[in-house]
Design a protein around this ligand. Structure first.
Ligand SMILES: [Zn+2]
Ligand SMILES: [Zn+2]
Length: 651
């Protein structure tokens, strides 16, 4: 018999993505539909843009009654006391929200297919182009090497197409390929996928006549699938030589980072002179940030010594973060006499951005990219193609969304500061893992910027939810410090551990930091923390969505319908609501500053002919005088189609 207390699961249920993926799986169950074994059983590949097969679309549309049953089912499941506790703390959850998620399930499913569609389309275009080149060669206008190149491209493309529909995995279990629909939709976050890493990055390995896609979690891919790196596959060496580039050209993102705290800025905030997080001057500006896409490898028997030497020292990687609008909580850990020990900031669904700035031992910064072919320059940044096609100084980026905690120690020692911070980082990481019973890989940590800011993040899908729990307990850091003192052998002495051992602070993962670790440096600080008190600084949860909601016109329900749909479909939220443009005497319902869009939500009052005329003139004036383009939501038209058009304008 097993007896004892069962610890409650540590899953954070107040996570909209997690709840959504479960609602979608319930929806799928109610449609009584199965995905089949390949995406070609879901999408019509004979039609442009590969729409969902008509027959399947019909099955996906639940009858009014069916939808009601499904909604009731969902509400019954979520009514569980356990779920309610987490859900009631969130600003987004309501019974209406559940209903809207389920009503829009088909739309979200369709969007979930988009990444696959893009991959398939790109491979088809490549196949087409290669065939056209080969056709030309019959007229004798091509060299032998060009023809060979076209041959290779053709083979490459048809291999990728086969992989996407699962043709090449014949003979193996159908579910064991990368694009098996259930696996694919889990990786898109549409279905719950505890067994699959979320949105991994891939590289293509041209092995034999077939090929394989290798997947890596994003934070690993930024290093392992970086240009010129070597990956081993079935005891052969493959080198990352190419990336996919869009036919429309390469889209760079400009990013500026704070060197002090690591906070990053982009879009409208790129040009800020001071850091939005800590107020320091922002000097680190990258113009050619490139979101990492699928990489392509080439088999390499031999890597030159020169190249091997440069690869050995690895890449220059930096980590940055950014809070989601209105989703941060701040706290301070202090002693009774007011001495502040730690400043804490918790960020729900914050963004962690990792940047690969090129090889450490290379003469050039960043990577060199052939913008036409996607070919990477060699480890010295050299590339044999004409220079007008080349872009140097490209920095690769990946993003992850997770719950984070940023800890800033305020009482620092006069010397050995770096050693102190590093030791405290790992002691705290271990203590959180021990106190909240987390697995090692469920919580990660890193030092940011100049090292004074310690970043902790929840690595498991949906987050373990412990970082937000910290704020509910004013004695949280007393408990953690007690644990840390125990871990560092200050409660049960271990004379054989002079500064650090594998039982306390060392691990394989932190081997590069081993020289810095010394448990004695943090003993006094930990002891002080055992007497500490955690207080929250801002209890006003100024959620941007709530702010916008609060500013809508109380007489227009349609504005709120539109705003909710924008939020639910994952579009960026407007920057302002009811902002008045004096020069045009016009007050759009919502505005997007960067995209210069003015959103108008026309409910039935706008049906009156005089009103129509008046609206038109005002909106024309607005565009003429301010450059803001009007975008009109009409309550008579299909809401989802209109949301989709708005999405295109914001992309
Ligand atoms: Zn900063
Ligand atoms: Zn030890």
């Amino acid at each position: 018999m097993v007896s004892g207390v069962v610890a409650p699961p540590k899953l954070e249920l107040g996570n909209p993505d997690l709840i959504k993926s479960h609602l979608y799986s319930l929806w799928l169950f109610h449609t009584k539909t199965s995905f089949g074994n390949s995406m070609n059983e879901i999408l019509d590949l004979t039609k442009p843009d590969y729409p969902i097969l008509d027959s399947l679309r019909d099955q996906f549309i639940l009858s009014e009654h069916g939808l009601q049953v499904c909604i009731k089912d969902a509400q019954r499941i979520l009514h569980d006391a356990f779920c309610q506790e987490d859900l009631n703390r969130t600003s987004w959850y309501s019974e209406d929200w559940v209903k809207q998620v389920l009503e829009n399930a088909l739309y979200s499913f369709d969007r979930g297919c988009d990444r696959w569609r893009k991959l398939y389309h790109e491979a088809e275009v490549q196949l087409q182009e290669a065939r056209e080149i080969k056709d030309k060669s019959r007229t004798g206008s091509l060299t032998e090497s060009d023809r060979e190149k076209a041959d290779r491209l053709e083979k490459d493309a048809s291999r990728q197409l086969d992989l996407l529909v699962g043709q090449s995995s014949k003979g193996r279990s159908q579910s064991e390929f990368e694009f098996y629909p259930y696996r694919y939709f889990a990786s898109e976050g549409f279905l719950p996928g505890f067994n699959f890493p979320r949105l991994p990055l891939r590289c293509f390995i041209p092995a034999g006549d077939k090929g394989e896609f290798l997947s890596r979690p994003r934070n690993v891919a930024i290093r392992e699938l970086a240009p010129r790196n070597v990956v081993y596959y079935e005891s052969s060496k493959f080198q990352i030589t190419k990336t996919r580039v869009s036919l429309k050209g390469v889209n760079y993102n400009s990013v500026s980072c704070c060197e002090k705290c690591g906070y990053f800025h982009e879009g409208t905030t790129f040009n800020h002179n001071t850091c939005q997080n800590c107020g320091s001057a922002v000097t680190d500006r990258l113009d050619y940030g490139l979101k990492m896409d699928t990489m392509i490898t080439r088999r390499r028997e031999r890597i030159t010594c020169d190249e091997e030497e440069r690869l050995k020292y690895g890449y220059n990687l930096t980590t940055h973060f950014r809070y989601a609008d209105g989703k941060k909580k701040e706290g301070v850990v202090s002693l009774e006499d007011g001495t502040e020990l730690l400043r804490l900031t918790y960020g729900e669904t914050a963004e962690i951005r990792r940047i690969n700035r090129g090889l450490r031992r290379s003469q050039v910064k960043g990577f060199t990219l052939d913008t036409q072919t996607g070919e990477w320059g060699d480890t010295n940044g050299n590339n044999s193609t004409p220079s007008q096609q080349l872009q140097s100084g490209v920095n690769l980026m990946v993003s992850d969304t997770c719950n984070i905690l940023v800890v800033e120690p305020l009482k620092l020692p006069g010397k050995q500061m770096n050693e102190f911070l590093t030791t405290f980082q790992y002691a705290l990481e271990r203590a959180i893992q021990a106190y909240y019973k987390l697995e090692m890989d469920e919580l990660g940590s890193e030092r940011l910027g100049e090292g004074r800011y310690l970043l902790f993040w929840e690595a498991s899908e949906g987050g373990a939810g412990v970082l937000s729990q910290l704020f509910n307990d004013s004695h949280a850091f007393r408990h953690l410090a007690d644990r840390a003192l125990d871990i560092c052998h200050f409660i049960h002495d271990k004379p054989s551990c002079s500064v650090a051992c594998y039982e306390c602070l060392l691990s394989y993962q932190n081997q590069f930091d081993h020289p810095l670790l010394n448990r004695h440096l943090i003993k006094d600080f930990l002891t002080e923390l055992t007497e500490s008190e955690l207080s929250c600084l801002n209890s006003h949860s100024s959620n941007h969505f709530d702010d916008l909601m609060a500013h809508t016109d109380p007489n227009s329900d349609y504005e709120r319908v539109v705003l909710r749909a924008i939020a639910q479909m994952g579009l960026p939220l407007p920057d302002k609501a009811q902002d008045y443009f004096a020069e045009a005497q016009c007050k759009p319902d919502f505005t997007y500053t960067k995209a210069r869009l003015a959103i108008f939500c026309d409910g039935s009052v706008h049906d009156n002919p005089t009103q129509i005329q008046c609206d038109r003139i005002k909106r024309q004036d607005l565009e003429f005088l301010t450059g803001y383009k009007p975008f009109v939501f009409d309550y008579k038209k299909d809401l989802m189609k209109q949301i989709s058009s708005l999405k295109h304008l914001l992309d």
